[in-house]
Write a protein that binds this ligand. Structure first.
Ligand code: MTE
Ligand code: MO
Length: 320
């Protein structure tokens, strides 16, 4: 991969174009032919407010839903990323100040091989897949998003967790100079999330590096986030800088700010209401025409066949 630090507008840290990139179809064709999956076609780093990202070569995963993806405009224009403000339009408007290169993720704690991964290393660690997942926010809306990444387990096995690593904590960037939302006390910063280690190792749990065939837009958590499709959206931390393997259940930001409203598990569960509203139905973004009925929310967001066994024997009303 050749990288230029060019003169003017484009920060060297934000990658370079150089070659006119192929059309996405050609890339997918190459991927289908098994040519070069996991490689990258850098493109379009104009440094605009909503950077289009760099092309990624992916193969579509069979773990994808067949439901129609939400439009790119909605996926990248209607976001929760409180570090950039609490309105849905704030992240798209303000996240341009996030610097996504250089970027490292420290993987540490109860592991035999702790390691600081550079973002370019993470982009090549395992073959990139397109995983089209249903996502549901605790606020009662949902989207279908074509993510790009690979199972987090690919990273986990490389650091060799020890037997006492029971949970995984995800710490995301907190830098006041880049993130105007940090001056507001809506949450305690940094944003911290956590999973049980078997949840983290589940094949659906995605270390996410892109969407719609390109590296992640900043408002969606560039350059790297996790996506856990059977849990409410807030379990999917954005712009991760540290992944820690720990023995005790981590205290997460949402749990700390409102323990009666947001438990540790936060599995999508239409039978457990949020204290202030029902979780039985959801509004699919892009379908919200005047007369469009809401959809019924599915247990584990429709992923019950895959994940229900992780919670066998647990009372999911108490451990919400
Ligand atoms: N660091 C960080 N990660 C975050 C959030 C946040 O505010 N900060 N919001 C969460 C919530 S509530 C949701 S619904 C999803 C939204 O992801 P999306 O905007 O890419 O759809 O990101 C989650 N991850
Ligand atoms: Mo959310």
């Amino acid at each position: 991969m050749s990288r230029n630090s060019s003169t003017q507008v484009i920060r060297p840290s934000e990658i370079t174009p150089q070659r006119v990139f192929e059309k996405r179809r050609a890339i997918l064709r190459a991927a289908a032919a098994g040519v070069a999956y996991g490689s990258l076609e850098w493109a379009n780093a104009q440094g605009s407010a909503a950077p289009a990202g760099s092309k990624l070569v992916t193969a579509r995963s069979t773990l994808s839903t067949m439901e129609r993806p939400t439009s790119h405009a909605d996926v990248t224009g209607y976001n929760n990323f409180y570090e950039f403000g609490t309105d849905k339009e704030d992240p798209a408007r303000h996240a341009h100040t996030l610097r996504i290169r250089p970027w490292t993720v420290a993987v540490e704690g109860e592991v035999n091989r702790p390691k600081v991964f550079d973002i370019d290393e993470l982009l090549r660690l395992a073959p990139l897949e397109e995983r089209v997942y249903r996502m549901r926010c605790v606020e009662g809306w949902s989207m279908v998003i074509p993510w790009v990444g690979y199972s987090l387990s690919e990273l986990i096995r490389r650091v060799e967790p020890r037997g006492n690593a029971k949970y995984v904590e995800f710490v995301t960037l907190a830098d006041r100079r880049q993130m105007p939302g940090l001056s507001s006390p809506v949450l305690e910063w940094p944003y911290v999330e956590g999973l049980r280690i078997d949840e983290a190792n589940h094949r659906l749990t995605l270390l996410t590096l892109g969407l719609y065939g390109e590296t992640l837009p900043k408002q969606n958590g560039a350059p790297v986030r996790v996506v856990v499709p059977w849990k409410y959206g807030f379990k999917s931390g954005k712009s991760i800088v540290r992944i820690r393997f720990v023995e005790k259940q981590p205290v997460t930001s949402w749990n700390r700010s409102a323990p009666y409203e947001y438990g540790f598990y936060s599995n999508v569960n239409p039978e457990v209401d949020h204290p202030r509203w029902s979780q039985a139905r959801e509004r699919r973004i892009g379908e919200d025409g005047f007369l469009t009925p809401k959809r019924a929310t599915l247990m584990f967001n429709g992923y019950a066949d895959e994940v229900a066994s992780l919670y066998a024997g647990m009372d999911l009303r108490k451990q919400f």
